[in-house]
Design a protein around this ligand. Structure first.
Ligand SMILES: C[S@@+](CC[C@H](N)C(=O)[O-])C[C@H]1O[C@@H](n2cnc3c(N)ncnc32)[C@H](O)[C@@H]1O
Length: 262
């Protein structure tokens, strides 16, 4: 992680000078995103529209991997890490922002039947997730896939999930979306359960690029989790995977419950 602020004009000009072939794709993205922002009323609707446009082009690219080989490798990386850090076949898992099951198909394969629940704001990427289930012949595992409007998740049962996972979701989320998730996720956690999420970390000023990529200081997210009575622990060994984001694990306080939101 760095102190760079990618939203600053000086950063963009320097970046453009050293990567001239990326200028045109960036300009196209800027035009597309500006158009989508003008046509949508809030961040979730905007990002859903971004996902619709990206998924139509290439579903693997829409979740951030330009080739199918990278899609497979990124999913394997997430699975290996979680299997090494407490995942068991009997876990009941909620994956927030499951995308087209880049890691999800491996979780579904590993978990006992019916124990995987994926949610996403994008119906388009969930259609692609169904294709992934068919491709890996995982129908018999009865995975749940559900579109959501927000991260209150109040249609799901209290104290049910032993593992909650959100990879590369908060990296695309403004602070109010993360706040909403942290305010409600404690209700869903079973005693002894945990919620792992990744985020783009900066040691400098918090910022975003095109309202698509958000950069946070670690302490901001820890303080937010603690404000809801949750315990937050940085998972520093995640960086050994070579992935560019950081990871935090959230648990309920020992013997306690998260602060209910009023
Ligand atoms: C970079 S992709 C990662 C997908 C999956 N976690 C993976 O690693 O393959 C981010 C996903 O999060 C979804 N997403 C973004 N904001 C969300 C939100 N507020 N609630 C639920 N899903 C969200 C997007 O639609 C997209 O499918």
């Amino acid at each position: 992680m760095t102190t760079r602020n990618r939203a600053r004009l000086s950063y963009k000009l320097r970046y453009a000078a050293s990567n001239p072939r990326l200028v045109l794709p960036y300009a196209r993205r800027l035009a597309r995103d500006t158009w989508l922002r003008l046509r949508t009323r809030d961040h979730v609707s905007y990002y859903r529209a971004v996902m619709r446009s990206d998924t139509a082009r290439n579903p693997d690219g829409a979740v951030g991997t330009p080739t199918h080989e990278r899609w497979l490798a990124l999913g394997q990386m997430q699975f290996d890490y979680l299997a090494d850090h407490g995942l068991r076949p009997q876990d009941r898992m909620l994956e927030i922002g499951c995308g087209n099951l880049r890691a999800g198909w491996r979780f579904i394969q590993y978990l006992e039947t019916g124990n995987y629940y994926g949610v996403d704001i994008s119906p388009d990427i969930l259609f692609s997730a169904q294709d992934t289930i068919i491709r890996y012949e995982l129908q018999h595992k009865l995975p749940h896939l559900t579109p959501v409007q927000d991260l209150r998740l109040d249609f799901l049962p209290s104290g049910h999930f032993t593992v909650i996972h959100a990879h590369s979701v908060f990296s695309h989320s403004p602070i109010e979306v993360i706040d909403e998730c942290l305010a409600h996720v404690g209700r869903l956690l079973a005693p002894g359960g945990f919620f792992d999420f990744t985020y783009n970390e900066t040691e400098g000023e918090e910022h975003h690029v095109l309202r698509e990529d958000f950069y946070y200081r670690r302490q901001t997210l820890i303080d937010l989790a603690e404000s809801y009575g949750l315990v937050a622990r940085p998972m520093d060994d995640w960086r050994k995977t070579g992935h560019k984001q950081s990871k935090i694990r959230i648990t309920l306080p020992a013997g306690g419950e998260a602060e209910p939101r009023g």
